[in-house]
Design a protein around this ligand. Structure first.
Ligand SMILES: Nc1nc2c(ncn2[C@@H]2O[C@H](COP(=O)(O)OP(=O)(O)OP(=O)(O)O)[C@@H](O)[C@H]2O)c(=O)[nH]1
Ligand SMILES: [Mg+2]
Length: 459
């Protein structure tokens, strides 16, 4: 009897343990698929457009954010980075005959033996990237900066690490047209939890191309400066915009990556990011992700739309079906409404810019010289390309990522999400539905229903 009872007891115990293990496994698998899926939107028709202005953050707000005491985290970051660099160095010693899956292979597949582009849609070009669904994305943060941006960058990196990257240890690539100082390198290395590399920009990518007339460029700068246009007289700003449009993704330090997250000085991630946005992009066939939309200063892009239309005349097939063109034009592409994704934050596919379609578009724009004669920004250039050459399903609004670039915030206006993600931004500072933003145009173009409470945050 005693033996019989204890056998029954053992069987019950074994059964309970197995059930518990199965239950835990189920819960865990549910978490891993659901974790990176941001709040879904429903698809319905939406209303009209109005004017208003977003609220600005104060200098005190920035100071308070910068002065965060993250010393323990910094040490942890440095230790993790060292480990990650060792692992990366070990990985570099791989078989040189191993087939490369990097940018070179993709670009080679897009041309024939004679170097002529093969007929291939942009989504076909991106297919090998999306075929990697489920595997860890080849991704890096990319920061273009001057040595003098160091102080502004410290806060940006600390927040990115504490809100997201300390769990993922993605690498960071810093680019500059002059050598980074030792102080710059040592400081940022001590803050990043992943491998860090520093790249020098080739001179021909940060200087005037031979077809640009320098007198005409000087006259163009004077005209914008006389009209008080921001950065109107700046040459370096123009080189920066041209570089961000046509070159950063060609830097050899990025060759092995599929994805990048652009980070600028003086920006802040203001809510926890408890999932991997790169993974979300890769697994869901997204090619371009953003947080803030805004109107461009018309004076800086007087002929951008005309030049774009001229280009499209020869490349009608580049405009894909079910694109996001309504985001950039409300009259069937007759005129540009100045809406764009604010490119100081981008989580996107490097292969989008490496595609034959985008490269041809950039070359055409560049030949006009108007990155210099006018002051074309990389934000409208990227946005127009994404809105026309990608299906709208490949463009993603990270409504759940709290982000601040002076003077505008993307801050979740959903109270539950705001609390769940530990946001430090104020929902009332959210820019999305203010008149100068383009959230309304975006939601319309994507046929998304605006959040129920959007009007409270609209002026
Ligand atoms: N290396 C280098 N980086 C630059 C230069 N000018 C701007 N950048 C970087 O390019 C990015 C965009 O420049 P910003 O000055 O922030 O331009 P912006 O965001 O339009 O304007 P702000 O409102 O001033 O932030 C930032 O990451 C800067 O650090 C430059 O001359 N050299
Ligand atoms: Mg900036």
């Amino acid at each position: 009897m005693a033996i019989f009872l204890s056998r029954r007891l053992i069987r019950t115990l074994v059964f309970s343990v197995i059930s518990l293990v199965i239950l835990l496994a189920l819960l865990n698998s549910h978490k891993s698929t659901a974790a990176y899926v941001p709040t879904p939107f429903r698809v319905v028709n939406v209303g009209s457009f109005g004017m208003g202005y977003g609220s600005s953050a104060t200098d005190e707000e920035i100071d308070e954010l910068v002065s965060d005491n993250l010393t323990t985290l910094d040490k942890e970051a440095e230790e993790t980075r060292k480990k990650a660099e060792k692992a990366a160095a070990a990985g570099e010693k791989k078989d040189p005959n191993e087939e490369t899956e990097g940018s070179k292979a993709l670009e080679e597949a897009a041309v024939d033996a004679a170097g002529k582009p093969v007929e291939m849609s942009l989504m076909d070009f991106l297919k090998p990237t999306f075929a990697k669904a489920g595997s860890k994305p080849k991704a890096a943060f990319v920061t273009l900066a001057r040595n003098s941006n160091l102080q502004g960058l410290i806060g940006s990196i600390k927040k990115m690490e504490s809100r997201f990257n300390h769990k993922y240890n993605y690498p960071w690539v810093f680019l500059n047209e002059v050598e980074f100082s030792d102080e710059f390198k040592n400081t940022v290395k001590s803050l990043c939890s992943g491998p860090v590399s520093f790249g020098l920009i080739p001179e021909e990518q940060w200087s005037y191309p031979e077809w640009v007339d320098l007198d005409e460029a000087a006259a163009g700068r004077k005209k914008l400066a006389d009209n008080n246009v921001i950065y109107g007289d700046s040459e370096s700003y123009r080189h920066m915009c041209r570089y961000q449009s046509g070159f950063f993704w060609r830097h050899p330090l990025l060759d092995d990556y599929d994805w990048y997250w652009r980070v600028e000085p003086d920006t802040r991630i203001t809510c926890d990011i408890p999932y991997d946005p790169f993974q979300y992009m890769q697994d869901n066939q997204k090619a371009y992700g953003f947080t803030i939309t805004i109107h461009e200063y018309e004076a800086t892009i007087k002929t951008l739309w005309k030049t774009t239309k001229d280009f499209l005349k020869g490349h009608k097939d580049y405009i894909v079906e079910d694109n996001l063109s309504k985001f950039i034009s409300e009259d069937d592409l007759e005129t540009y409404n100045l809406c764009h994704f604010w490119s100081n934050f981008e989580i996107a596919s490097l292969n989008l810019w490496r595609s034959p379609q985008y490269k041809a578009y950039f070359e055409y724009l560049d030949k006009s010289g108007n990155f210099f004669y006018e002051r074309w920004g990389d934000a409208p250039v990227h946005s127009i390309a994404a809105a026309l050459f990608l299906p709208r399903s490949a463009i993603h609004y990270f409504n759940d990522i709290g982000y601040y670039h002076p003077p505008y915030h993307n801050c979740p206006i959903d109270a539950d999400l705001h609390a769940e993600r530990n946001c430090e931004c104020e929902a009332k500072s959210d820019f999305t539905f203010r008149g100068y933003a383009c959230g309304r145009q975006y939601f319309d173009a994507q046929k998304l229903e605006r959040p129920a409470n959007w009007k409270e945050y609209s002026n």
